[in-house]
Design a protein around this ligand. Structure first.
Ligand SMILES: [Zn+2]
Length: 183
């Protein structure tokens, strides 16, 4: 399994506002009020600008791709490496391009018995959190596959749990599967 922090923590770290987590996100970014050198272009910039301009938050919020995947990307690839705004925008365009391949990631359910030519050592387990919309959960799974550069998901299965809000019962869906590269 790919180990991940919770979506909420990742979104907060990226400055994306979610109920209850906004304060954490602002604090995380404001303490970086220092001049530093962009590790990409070697120009000086202020970390504080990232919080004040809110362009990280805006970019993630305005993207059509799953926010949790982008927040994870930001946390893993960008946050700990000093990066200026123009380099961030280049990197963001690159990750969006990568995620745009998500919809073409083939998803084979665990009941699929056909043979697939999977490249050896290319497989990783991926999973989603729970969502009210099952189809969206599947799309997020495809986005994770695309994020890790995979083009097929096998052994895909969904799960659900039942929740109650007063007298209203609803299901929350999650997906998991094995993401690989087809030869
Ligand atoms: Zn730069």
């Amino acid at each position: 399994m790919q180990k991940r922090d919770s979506t909420e923590a990742l979104l907060a770290a990226a400055g994306v506002t979610l109920a209850g987590s906004a304060a954490y996100g602002i604090k995380t970014l404001l303490h970086r009020n220092k001049i530093t050198i962009c590790q990409h272009c070697k120009n000086e910039f202020k970390w504080k600008e990232m919080a004040e301009l809110g362009y990280v938050k805006k970019a993630i919020n305005n993207s059509a791709h799953p926010k949790e995947v982008l927040a994870h990307w930001y946390h893993e690839r960008i946050q700990e490496n000093a990066i200026c705004r123009s380099c961030f925008e280049k990197e963001f365009a690159a990750i969006e391009k990568r995620l745009s391949k998500a919809s073409s990631v083939h998803v084979y359910p665990s009941t699929y018995k056909g043979r697939l030519s999977i490249k050896s050592n290319s497989s990783i387990m991926i999973f989603t959190e729970e969502y009210k919309d099952r189809e969206y959960a599947k799309q997020v799974l495809q986005a994770w596959a695309a994020y890790y550069g995979k083009n097929v998901i096998t052994e895909a299965r969904y799960d659900y749990s039942t929740h109650r809000n007063d007298n209203y019962y609803y299901k929350m869906w999650s997906y998991r599967g094995t993401a690989s590269l087809l030869q």
